[in-house]
Design a protein around this ligand. Structure first.
Ligand code: M6R
Length: 611
């Protein structure tokens, strides 16, 4: 979603801001803009379309970075339209009626209509349809020469979710950041400081960060930063260090981030599990104080992270023998889930900022449940608010479609299953030892699985004219199918549906006809023959079939399918980590063949910070 970045320091401000905006591109956007203090006023350019359009406009403009004041200050934004269509006028930053205040906004201001009416009564004119322009006008009207006070007073009048970044023409050495419900991070550089909606904006500039908490204000003055609450009371904040390097946020020779990240899955899994395996046992100190009387698990997440929950539910039930319910965060938050202090709610999220997941976390805490966050972004909001946090170490994931983060989430969740099984006394030492040994070899199996890449490319070419695909499987394979279908849809923009194989005959099989492509996943030994029968049923109605099958079952695969990819033999709980890979490649190559924007699929955002 929208990306915010701000700079205060002695270097070329607009060049820093434009570079940082490019690093935030992956979040998804439709317009971009920049405002810098220059020669006693604020200069602004905003453009619909790509950052390159904005960069050209800034480079041609003589009013950027000619100022010789000791500190240069500026803000820039990528917008993902919510209120008002993508256009130059609706793009950020906004400048208030006095021409002195410029702001960026992420989030949604819920009382903007009411505020707009009252500002209009004071003859304030509005050019855009956005809620953000209203926030800007509000600060501007409250400004009487005291910049900080105007911002503080305004934020107390705003309702909803908002991260703001503001500069003022009367204060060439100041910048203010405000956070409520959508993320904002301060980065500490050498004689310069930054603010952004996520860490990626500063990779290569600093490893030192501070995440603004709820209802907090960061006041940048010269080369210092101080923090305040919404009452203006000074607060102390901790600095965190994040060791993400430039290589991990560059394409490193690949054509796009998505393929790079698919290929990085072995290391993402290895880096995630290794810190938690010590002396052949599981070590998750983050869970040391988890009470013994947990009797139910809820896994709540969105999109692919939800699929991770759906996949590990099987293991929680089978190995840890504990009731496990998996729910979409957007549904969970508005229901009345039966949870109490004996329930562990696990929120899985790559970004740690997904609005629905964060709301579900808060709802769980209000209902007295214990909460565990499994997140990839250090210090993110979900990590900050959960009772327990375990990080995945996938590194920055730039492709909007998640691949390596999903694999890392799965691997850490296997460990959580085993940890809880041991805590509940339902797993033997021998079984535990075997699982751990196998888990340690999983990165090598994933590496081996990646070799199916070229074969899947050939398969994708054969089916590139199909625009309606079914992914079928049973049990854990059905959960893998749901992820495969989501990946296919979001990358290729073509329709597909995941179906529990046994459910097809209850209605959906009427859609199967000559030329329908059915992708079947068969890794569960017990259910192999059952899914095989379902393959026969769709083939009898003219469907082509591409099957993903475990290696030791291929010889029994006597029904004859059009294409097969085999999965090496690993314990069943780890199979999804392998069977998902051909489906990722299939989605990737289908998108490539249809010339889609693979890293940034249309309409999508990497971090979904609005409802
Ligand atoms: O950052 P999160 O893991 O909370 O994001 C959840 C979903 O938005 C995300 O998994 C989304 O479905 C991906 N684009 C799927 O590839």
């Amino acid at each position: 979603m929208c990306g915010i970045v701000g700079y205060i320091g002695k270097k070329n401000c607009s060049s820093f801001l434009l570079d940082a905006l490019e690093k935030l591109e992956y979040r998804g956007y439709d317009s971009a803009g920049i405002a810098v203090y220059n020669d006693h006023k604020i200069n602004l350019i905003k453009k619909k379309g790509r950052i390159s359009v904005l960069r050209n406009a800034v480079e041609e403009d003589e009013n950027f970075d000619t100022d010789d004041s000791p500190f240069k200050v500026g803000i820039a934004h990528t917008r993902w339209a919510t209120h008002g269509k993508p256009s130059d006028v609706n793009a950020h930053p906004f400048i208030g009626p006095s021409g002195k205040i410029a702001i960026l906004h992420n989030g949604i201001i819920e009382n903007y209509i009411e505020l707009k009416k009252s500002l209009k009564r004071r003859n304030v004119k509005f050019a855009s349809q956005t809620d953000s322009e209203v926030a800007c006008a509000l600060i501007d009207t409250l400004y009487d020469g005291d910049f900080f006070k105007a911002v503080k007073d305004a934020v107390n009048l705003l309702e909803g979710a908002f991260s703001l970044c503001i500069i003022c023409a009367d204060y060439p050495n100041m910048m203010i950041g405000v956070k409520k419900d959508t993320p904002l991070i301060v980065g500490y550089g050498e004689n310069e400081n930054y603010i952004a909606s996520d860490i990626s904006a500063f990779i290569g500039k600093t490893k030192k960060f501070c995440r603004l908490g709820e209802c907090e204000i960061a006041l940048f003055k010269d080369d210092s930063v101080n923090f305040y609450d919404f009452n203006g009371k000074k607060i102390k904040k901790d600095v965190i260090t994040v060791d993400w390097n430039i290589k991990s946020s560059s394409k490193d020779g690949f054509d796009c981030f998505t393929m790079k990240e698919i290929m990085e899955q072995p290391s993402a899994v290895r880096d995630t599990i290794t810190p938690h395996i010590k002396n052949s046992g599981i070590d998750i100190p983050e869970l040391n104080s988890l009470p013994d009387d947990i009797n139910k698990i809820y896994i709540v997440a969105c999109g692919s992270a939800y699929h991770v929950g759906a996949l590990v539910k099987y293991s929680f039930e089978k190995i840890a023998k504990i009731t496990t319910i998996v729910d979409l965060a957007s549904e969970f938050r508005y229901r009345s889930p039966v949870i109490d202090e004996h329930t562990l709610v696990i929120i899985i999220s790559q970004s740690g900022e997904t609005a629905d997941s964060l709301a579900a976390l808060r709802e769980s805490k209000n209902r007295g449940a214990k909460t565990l966050a499994v997140v990839n972004v250090v210090g993110s909001s979900i990590a900050a608010e959960a009772d327990y946090v375990i990080y995945t170490w996938a590194g920055p994931e730039i492709g909007v479609a998640t691949t390596k983060a999903l694999s890392a989430q799965l691997s850490i969740m296997y460990l959580v299953v085993l940890y809880i099984s041991k805590k509940r006394g339902v797993i033997s030492d021998l079984a535990m030892k075997k699982y751990i040994q196998n888990l340690l070899t999983l990165p090598d199996y994933i590496l081996q699985m990646l070799e199916c890449k070229d074969k899947v490319f050939e398969i994708s070419k054969r089916y590139m004219d199909r625009d309606n695909i079914f992914f079928i499987g049973r049990g854990i394979d059905y959960a893998v199918c749901r992820e495969g279908s989501l990946k296919f849809k979001e990358l290729s923009y073509l329709h597909s549906e995941a179906y529990a194989a046994g459910e097809l005959k209850h209605g959906t099989i009427s859609l199967v006809e000559d030329g329908t492509l059915v992708i079947a996943v068969l890794t569960d030994k017990k259910l192999f023959e059952k899914t095989l029968s379902n393959i026969c049923e769709v083939q009898a109605r003219g469907a082509s079939c591409f099957a993903v099958v475990r290696e030791d079952k291929v010889s029994e695969f006597d029904v004859g399918v059009d294409d097969i990819i085999t999965i090496p033999k690993v314990p069943s709980i780890f199979l999804p980590s392998l069977s998902v890979i051909p489906l990722q490649f299939f989605a990737y190559y289908s998108a490539l063949l249809h010339e889609r924007d693979i890293d940034k699929p249309r309409n999508l955002a990497k971090s979904v910070t609005v409802e």
